[in-house]
Design a protein. Structure first.
Length: 310
């Protein structure tokens, strides 16, 4: 009986990561699903792949280049028809994608680019610079064009982190009365966002606003501000999570974010993979940008799972 129960548990676990169909396997590899953005990517890609008749293998590399390499090797060994990948680093990923290409397995990148062209079939990413300028413009407006503020950054290795920060500063630095008093890396993490914000508040009690490289750090910063009783500090994020939507709608510290269409992006990658599998071409350029959308109190009600309803 114990052996039977163990087998049933194993079967249940397998069913949560695999689905079976007739057109072959599509591997979907993203960072950790603890982050709702990456979870939405995986779910969007999986739904579209299954709708098109593919078996799916969904896995997370946890931003570990070695683990990513192993997962891509697994996809190759299982004769995947394609790999949908939100990668673990712009440089560290190149070799793994080259390996897949050499094995005849095409890779379709989403969310994050790599520092080489001609290796992946598609690189479909959000227009992070355009999106960052939307968040920064709203942030300046909310701040009344003046005051001390803080910036929380994503990981140093992540291209998106640097592009978003540059987009922020190309807007904010035009306003001489906006004063950056602290800029710290919080690695996309809610826990680190909380800890960094808590420490920053002790040294900079007069801050008026916080702008963050993603919503997860924004939520951490908001929690620290609430703990300190600082309901007056404005927070603006980037991603478009449902948690941030709820904060905007209920009068929390977070007043705005920028939606990058994770669900749509992932589904588009699968559509292009299917096209390539059947015809040998996507009919599109390798590098493709998808514009972002500002989310604030005017449209937050329409946001659900990284998609905006009509």
């Amino acid at each position: 009986m114990k052996l039977l129960k163990t087998s049933l548990i194993a079967l249940s676990l397998a069913a949560s990561t695999f689905s079976y169909a007739n057109n072959g396997l599509i591997a979907i590899i993203t960072p950790s699903h603890d982050n709702s953005f990456f979870k939405a990517e995986a779910e969007g890609a999986k739904q579209k792949a299954e709708e098109l008749g593919y078996t799916t293998l969904v896995a997370s590399h946890d931003d570990d280049g070695n683990k990513q390499d192993q997962l891509i090797s697994t996809a190759i060994a299982r004769k995947a028809k394609a790999i949908i990948l939100d990668n673990a680093g712009a440089d560290v990923t190149i070799g793994a994608v080259e390996k897949a290409k050499a094995a005849g397995v095409p890779t379709f990148l989403i969310d994050r680019e790599i520092n080489k062209t001609g290796v992946a079939i598609s690189q479909i990413v959000s227009n992070n610079y355009q999106g960052a300028q939307l968040s920064a413009t709203k942030f300046v407006e909310l701040m009344g064009e003046k005051g001390e503020y803080v910036e929380l950054l994503g990981p140093e290795f992540d291209t998106n982190a640097s592009v978003r920060s540059q987009g922020y500063h190309d807007i904010i630095d035009e306003y001489p009365e906006m004063k950056l008093v602290a800029q710290q890396v919080a690695n996309w993490s809610q826990t680190e966002g909380f800890n960094r914000m808590e420490s920053i508040l002790q040294v900079n009690p007069n801050i008026k606003g916080v702008i963050t490289g993603n919503d997860t750090m924004a939520l951490g910063a908001e929690a620290a501000l609430k703990t300190a009783g600082r309901h007056d500090v404005i927070v603006v994020g980037f991603d478009g999570t449902d948690y941030v939507r709820d904060s905007i709608l209920t009068g929390g510290n977070i007043k705005a974010t920028t939606l990058q269409p994770a669900w749509e992006q992932a589904q588009e990658a699968v559509i292009q993979a299917d096209q390539y599998i059947h015809t040998g071409s996507t009919g599109k350029e390798e590098k493709q940008l998808m514009d972002c959308i500002l989310i604030d109190s005017s449209n937050a009600k329409k946001l659900n799972k990284f998609a905006l309803s009509k």
